[in-house]
Design a protein around this ligand. Structure first.
Ligand code: MOS
Length: 725
């Protein structure tokens, strides 16, 4: 069927909700008009450690429009953690306003509720707080003697793994690399600020909350307020970017819901851009010690990747920087470790490709350093050490086209003709031209996911509505779910409406960890399959009829079907990852150290590409962020007080269109039916992985200078000495 072919998966159709967004009609969580809405503004601590002695709200309370000021002195009792120090997947949010303890600068220690946002904000500035101040732990370097091994790190990754003997492998090597990389704290800044509108009716609460995982937000609210999950409704039809910062409902969400309960008014609480530097997590500073060895032919003899990072004093979080190092290359001797210290900073959390984004910078830079010492083509070094078996878990990969990604990318880029091992070999006027590459990989998780389909027969046509609590965080969830239903109901996409982001719809794992697309579409497919199966029974036929013919035959005008999909035991027999390769050309100004991105080629192998247009959007978004990681992004902290001093886009720099240059994106044809029945591996995080390394490697190729501490700023280029092989 012609129309269905155009609508089904694999077609580059435009976003179903695109027109709504362009017209400003797609409602984000702060845009729900609720009667009698009051506005809340958080009050933030101005010390990083100690106890609150007193909060004087007298003057603030006298101001126009102020309805209530909530602090630990009058806050509702909430369920907190079982213990103070647990990992952030605990259901309850850290106990907001429940104690006088202060854990970091900028912690919410109160909230003002007023008739308008401006009134709340003004009054919040008049609240006077006195503290019994302690000396905060802020400086990473001063506390390295306090490093310990966490029991758990992110992503169900093991804290430490090893096989063989790395020291032996290093001793046997012809060339070795032993270097340390630092990646700084970085912040995610989705365009849509974090926000909640909360409204209570008796024991029932409705929260319009900007969140990536609806079901998790429901659980968090129910657990924290000790009410039944049935009494919680979370609505978030559109999310303006999350990048991990909205995986959890955060403290501000709890404050908004508490404020609504305590005032008896619907309350909106929006985290300002300034507050987003303390209130919604960030990528932690990672120090990564890499040791690599290879024989004369470039065959790896040892790979060691040891990461140290800092968590907060009240929660434990560590991203799995070494995860990719465990599985990317064939090495007889491997060591991967993770260690943490506790600092008086907000808890670091997930940020796009947690683990891989910083981890790939270390691994893929170190591979480039090794290639340079071997005087070997870095693309060939990767190909030489490829493996089809995941040594870290002793399982085959479900599919792995890393070598193909490298070969095809090299061809598109004309790598063989352009690349030369001698740094600075190509110049254009004042520009040193350099070429760099990297390999990448990201786990492709798949989780249980449900959907409901409601069908209506109108004349000869069936109209379908598909519902799930899936979120569209700007990635294209609406579109790929619609395409899946078009394909499996065999009707044009114009007859399908997709409704997402409401906890009254069937459950999904939400959007995160690159599992959204695979999980959502498999759930929707099963709902379609179930509709056909049930209708065939009702129509008493086994003929291959269309959905409209089946409904007619069954004498039904309306019909509903639900479906749930999820991983089977087969999935666990394999290692399921997406793979990629990056090639880039940079120009470095020989006098100023300024870096220009001239050309980027990205090749991805990520299972079936459900929609090349939205997938392309994901990849260029990831590349853009990787450029920011490589060249500009760095959240700075005042070292005595622990206050983030980068507080706006004026001092936290992200790349804009002019910074990008030409970007080519290639998807390899692949359908991985071990990964899941739709053959999808997910693409949200692959795009940023190894981008910074490709850029850094190109900068080295241009200048002979290896900047191992991101971001690579002009001043670092100028002050770093040239290396010799
Ligand atoms: Mo992603 S960091 O799991 O939203």
């Amino acid at each position: 069927m012609k129309d269905q072919k155009k609508s089904g998966t694999g077609n580059p159709i435009s976003r179903l909700e695109g027109t709504l967004k362009v017209m400003g009609k797609a409602k984000y969580s702060s845009e729900f008009a609720i009667d009698n809405l009051a506005f809340a503004q958080g009050i933030q601590s101005t010390v990083a450690a100690g106890k609150i002695l007193n909060i004087d709200t007298a003057e603030a309370e006298k101001q126009d429009g102020v309805i209530k000021i909530i602090t630990h002195q009058n806050a509702m009792k909430l369920k907190g953690y079982g213990g103070r120090f647990e990992s952030p997947d605990t259901k309850s949010i850290s106990p907001s306003l429940q104690t006088t303890d202060v854990h970091y600068y900028g912690e919410y220690i109160g909230v003002v509720v007023a008739e308008t946002f401006e009134q709340a904000r003004y009054a919040a500035n008049l609240v006077k707080v006195t503290y019994d101040k302690e000396n905060p732990k802020i400086d990473f370097d001063k506390h390295t003697d306090e490093l310990y091994m966490p029991k758990k790190i992110n992503g169900e990754s093991h804290t430490n793994t090893q096989w063989g003997d790395v020291d032996k492998g290093m001793n046997e090597a012809f060339k070795t690399v032993d270097v340390t990389y630092n990646t700084p704290i970085e912040h995610h800044h989705p365009m849509e600020l974090h926000n909640i509108i909360a409204t209570w009716e008796g024991d029932k609460v409705t929260a319009y909350a900007s969140t990536q995982i609806v079901a998790h937000a429901v659980k968090t609210i129910a657990d924290t307020f000790q009410i039944s999950e049935d009494n919680v409704r979370v609505i978030t039809p559109y999310v303006g970017g999350g990048f991990g910062s909205k995986l959890q409902l955060r403290e501000h969400g709890i404050l908004g819901i508490m404020a609504a309960k305590m005032t008896g008014r619907p309350v909106q609480l929006t985290v300002t851009r300034h507050e987003m530097f303390t209130a919604v997590g960030f990528r932690q500073h990672n120090r990564q010690h890499m040791r690599l060895g290879a024989d004369k032919e470039g065959v790896l003899t040892a790979v060691a990747h040891e990461t140290t990072a800092a968590t907060s004093v009240y929660e434990e979080f560590q991203e799995q920087c070494g995860a990719m190092t465990r599985m990317l290359y064939n090495t007889p001797n491997s060591l991967v470790t993770h260690k943490l210290m506790k600092l008086n900073l907000p808890s670091p959390r997930w940020m796009r490709a947690p683990g891989e984004a910083p981890g790939s910078f270390a691994l893929e830079s170190a591979m480039d350093e090794l290639a340079f010492k071997l005087q070997m083509d870095p693309a060939e070094l990767r190909i030489k050490n490829d493996t089809q078996h995941d040594l870290s878990v002793d399982k085959p990969f479900s599919s792995r086209q890393l070598v193909e990604c490298i070969r095809i990318g090299a061809k598109k880029f004309d790598w063989k003709n352009k690349w030369n091992p001698k740094p600075g070999h190509t110049t254009k006027e004042n520009w040193l031209v350099g070429y760099g590459m990297s390999a990448s990989s990201r786990q492709a998780p798949y989780m249980e996911s449900s959907a409901k389909i409601s069908l209506k027969l109108e004349g000869e046509k069936v109209f379908a509505t598909v519902q799930s609590d899936a979120t569209d965080i700007g990635t294209g969830s609406y579109t790929i779910i619609g395409q899946t239903v078009a394909e499996y109901l065999k009707i044009p996409i114009e007859q399908i409406s997709v409704e997402l982001g409401d906890s009254k719809f069937p459950k999904t794992p939400g959007s995160g960890g690159s599992w959204g697309a695979a999980s959502y579409t498999n759930g929707a497919k099963v709902a379609c399959d179930n509709a056909f199966t049930s209708l065939k029974t009702l129509a008493s036929t086994s003929d291959d009829l269309s959905i409209a013919e089946l409904m007619k035959k069954a004498k039904l005008k309306e019909f509903e079907a639900e479906g749930t999909a999820g991983p089977t035991a087969e999935f666990d027999k394999y290692s399921v990852y997406s793979f990629g390769a990056n090639f880039c050309e940079v120009w470095v100004d020989e006098y100023s150290g300024m870096i220009r991105l001239e050309h980027f080629v990205n090749v991805g192998s990520a299972g079936k590409i459900l929609n090349p247009k939205t997938a392309y959007g994901q990849i260029i978004g990831g590349i853009t962020w990787g450029i920011g990681q490589a060249l500009t992004e760095h959240s700075q902290i005042e070292p005595n007080h622990g206050n983030f001093i980068t507080r706006s886009f004026a001092d936290y720099h992200v790349p804009v269109n002019l910074d990008l240059g030409k970007i080519d994106v290639i998807f390899l044809p692949e359908e991985d039916f071990i990964a899941n029945p739709m053959g999808v591996k997910g693409i949200g995080e692959l795009g940023i992985t190894s981008i910074a390394a490709a850029i850094s490697n190109a900068v080295f190729n241009a200048t002979g200078k290896r900047v191992r501490d991101l971001p690579i700023t002009p001043e670092k280029i100028i002050t770093t000495p040239v290396e010799v092989a």
